[in-house]
Design a protein around this ligand. Structure first.
Ligand SMILES: *Cc1c(COP(=O)(O)O)cnc(C)c1O
Length: 371
């Protein structure tokens, strides 16, 4: 029996997705991106499942996330790339976490930390078009030259050079890759020869072979979702890892014309049955799911009726016999006949990344499988 509010994570599916993606990309290295609590799937368990599938790197946004993996006993290589301006890189050096470097100032801070603790491996991020972090082209020579000096001093090792793509279009991504190539050449001219060059996340890893280099950083795809939607996910053999369920908390029979939930944005057209589902925006159900997002009850498709509230939403199930305690699936693996995170993203005007990542709150996270 499922829990009142349940988020089930199929760790075997996650492991299998990594295996599928490894075969598809064929790169020497694969980084499983487990930032933001592994896109809502649970960072530590997901990291272990990804490593079991052959990922040999873990990627996170910030150092706190990296240290959480280390504290759980995970000793695989980890890269953290988005830092608090006052970040203490001594923690990274101490824990053997690689850090992304996006400026000369950050490089010096990393070197100072390394001198007091232990040599630190860095991946220099070059800006190639996304306009986020990354060393600007005008500063490449200064950063690469200094990095090489610090390598000679023995405090810093430039293990990687990386960037990130916009996915604006194939042409934009190819233009960014051309800038990246220029960056690699300038690094080499300064004597910096990293073993890992990486620029592709799931989208480019799947569709743009020239972006793959030595390592791809896979987030969405290892959670069983393709950036290109359901059909692409199926053809890649990806299986959605997250299933979200709730149990019907109340059932009522109502006449035609009855207003449902806040603001009465839904009114019954005829006598019907309403089922109350105990998940709301506190759990990360988008309020924009009101009146549009699909659910499955007893294997049948329905749509949320009326506004999603903080703790709950209502579904008009017509004449379906529904009882308190029955299971409602919000989304999961569409191969099992339930709605998908893609369906939810389409209904809510967002992307599947956001749908899975925001699911949290009072849901009980349960794990299936795992080695
Ligand atoms: C989040 C992130 C990824 C993973 O992206 P997906 O599209 O989920 O595969 C890769 N690289 C960086 C720098 C990221 O921030």
């Amino acid at each position: 029996m499922s829990a009142f509010r349940e988020l089930e994570v199929d760790l075997d599916a996650l492991t299998a997705n990594v295996e599928r993606m490894r075969v598809h990309v064929g790169t020497p290295h694969v980084m499983a991106v487990v930032k933001a609590n592994a896109y809502g799937h649970g960072a530590v368990a997901s990291a272990r499942a990804a490593l079991a599938g052959g990922a040999d790197w873990l990627g996170v946004a910030d150092l706190t996330e990296a240290l959480q993996l280390r504290d759980a006993g995970i000793d695989a290589p980890v890269l953290a790339w988005l830092h608090d301006p006052d970040e203490d890189f001594r923690l990274a050096a101490d824990a053997g976490v690689d850090v992304g470097i996006s400026s000369l100032a950050q490089l010096e801070v990393a070197a100072d930390a390394a001198r007091t603790v232990a040599p630190l491996a860095v991946h220099i991020k070059v800006e190639t078009g996304l306009s986020r972090n990354g060393v600007a082209e005008e500063e490449w020579d200064a950063v690469f030259t200094r990095a090489h000096e610090l390598e000679e001093e023995g405090v810093i090792r430039v293990r990687g050079i990386f960037s990130h793509l916009s996915n604006a279009s194939d042409d934009d991504d190819r233009a960014a890759i051309a800038v990246f190539e220029r960056g690699l050449a300038r690094a080499a001219a300064a004597g910096v020869e990293p073993e890992l060059r990486h620029i592709a996340a799931s989208a480019a890893a799947i569709a743009l072979p020239e972006s793959r280099y030595d390592l791809v950083r896979l987030g969405l795809s290892i959670y069983g979702l393709s950036p290109y939607g359901a059909e692409s996910g199926r053809s890649l053999g990806l299986r959605p890892v997250m299933t979200v369920r709730g149990r019907v908390a109340a059932v009522r029979r109502v006449p035609a014309g009855k207003g449902v939930s806040y603001d009465y944005t839904y009114r019954t057209e005829r006598e019907t049955t309403l089922a109350l589902v105990p998940l709301g925006y506190a759990e990360g159900i988008p309020r924009s799911a009101s009146n549009v997002a699909p659910v499955a009850i007893a294997g049948r498709p329905f749509t949320i009726s009326g506004r999603v509230a903080m703790d709950q939403f209502v579904v008009d199930v017509g004449d379906l016999e529904v009882a308190v305690g029955d299971e409602v699936v919000l989304f999961g693996d569409p191969a099992t006949g339930v709605p998908s995170a893609y369906d939810w993203a389409d209904a809510c005007g967002t992307i599947s990344w956001e749908i899975v990542t925001r699911l949290d709150g009072r849901v009980r996270r349960t794990f299936r499988g795992g080695r």
